[in-house]
Design a protein around this ligand. Structure first.
Ligand code: NAI
Ligand code: MG
Length: 359
């Protein structure tokens, strides 16, 4: 029997979610098969998502979160399909799990891979590698607000969407970013806000950042407004290491980072409950990609990179590195899906990657 064994709940969700989750699962199973019993994964798949909603009126079973507690991690595809309003599906499944399991740190590394031309790579080959740390429990996605129709007549409705920043919430994600910076070659944290325009929550964030920074004199810091940081991603990416930002800002910046690295289909993410009181959840950054779903052509690398982050969470750093090397080798060999300029299918890339695990 395997000495190290992990139980993983998989939630493929909607659209390309099922294609990329199948790819990631195959890669981990290949890794286990090659480990001669040292490593094992047991999977249980849950059918929650927009189809489930069509049958039951719910995005997840009522006892779903409780059932997930028994697992070592959740491996997630994507949620969202034109049959269900996006805010219903996202709140009903992904945000319900992230917030219900207090996965307050969302880690989104940006890797520039060989064989893939980035818009930033056209001029030179400077090594680029940074990580977006997203506050994942509050901020602009706190869910506070309301809509007022009453007596205002046609065209008069008022909606309020509030952002919530707590000192505890700011402090834990900022400390997380500093601790992460200490594990990297470049010990630097850039904090992103819009505190010139948003004078309460984001000023609190800035103050907490300055206070926490004092505890990490060995880590270089900068505070950058989000609009300037968007420009900096394009103009000075070599100057980035850890970038910590609010729920909304980091959501936007990580799609930009994925695109700069060559495709949104490459970007991986970990939703972590760092205290390990609840399961953490690993998912590609992209959504359900309805425009290409069902064609077998989506890029599985974001999901496979997310599986590597899950291995790291399990304490399997060597195995995670092996998957990352296989990802790089596959890209370098030119087995690429359409989004990164190739003609390979999802299955071609997955198979090539599994071959590369052997080296
Ligand atoms: P999206 O990320 O699904 O797609 C944006 C673009 O990237 C599309 O052109 C798509 O074809 C491409 N793309 C995405 N993943 C790809 C992959 N693996 N390989 C190749 N190309 C890929 O974002 P969009 O279109 O804004 O949203 C579609 C649905 O996904 C919506 O219902 C949205 O709410 C949901 N969504 C869910 C997320 C989640 O579950 N974490 C995150 C983002 C969106
Ligand atoms: Mg997003």
């Amino acid at each position: 029997t395997p000495t190290r064994h992990f139980r993983i709940a998989s939630i493929p969700g909607d659209g390309v979610g099922s294609e990329v989750v199948a790819a990631g699962r195959q890669v981990l199973d290949a890794l286990a098969a090659a480990s001669h019993g040292a490593l094992g994964f047991t999977w249980e798949e849950f059918p929650w998502g927009s189809d489930y909603h069509a049958r039951t009126g719910k995005m997840i079973a009522d006892d779903g979160p409780d059932r997930l507690r028994a697992f070592d991690a959740v491996y997630f595809g994507a949620v969202g399909w034109p049959t269900v309003p996006d805010h219903v599906s996202l709140w009903g499944l992904r945000l319900r799990l992230c917030q219900g399991f207090d996965q307050w740190a969302n880690v989104r590394p940006v890797h520039f891979l060989p064989g893939i031309t980035s818009p930033l790579r056209t001029a030179d080959t400077t090594p680029l590698d940074w990580v977006v740390v997203r506050e994942n429990s509050e901020g602009e996605y706190g869910g506070f607000g309301g809509r007022n129709f009453a007596g205002r007549g046609p065209g008069g409705e008022i909606a309020v969407q509030s952002a919530v920043f707590t000192e505890v919430g700011c402090e834990r994600i900022i400390r997380f970013a500093f601790d992460l910076a200490r594990t990297r070659d470049r010990r630097k944290v850039a904090s992103v806000t819009k505190s010139n325009a948003q004078q309460y929550g984001m000023v609190l964030w800035d103050e907490v950042f300055a206070r926490v920074a004092a505890d990490y004199p060995d880590v270089e810091t900068e505070s950058v407004l989000v609009d300037a940081m968007a420009a900096k991603f394009v103009l000075a990416p070599q100057d980035l290491s850890v970038v910590v930002a609010s729920n909304l800002h980091a959501d936007i910046l990580s799609d930009l980072a994925g695109a700069l690295a060559g495709s949104l289909g490459l970007a991986a993410s970990a939703n972590l409950n760092p205290e390990r009181r609840h399961p953490s959840m690993f998912e590609p950054v992209h959504g359900s990609a309805p425009d290409i779903a069902g064609q077998g052509v989506c890029n599985p690398i974001g999901a496979i990179g997310s599986a590597a982050l899950m291995l790291e969470h399990f304490g399997l750093a060597q195995e995670a590195a092996r998957v990352r090397r296989a990802i790089a080798a596959t890209c370098a060999s030119g087995v690429l899906t359409r989004d990164v300029g190739g003609t390979a299918t999802t299955k071609d890339v997955t198979a090539a990657l599994i071959d590369n695990l052997a080296d």
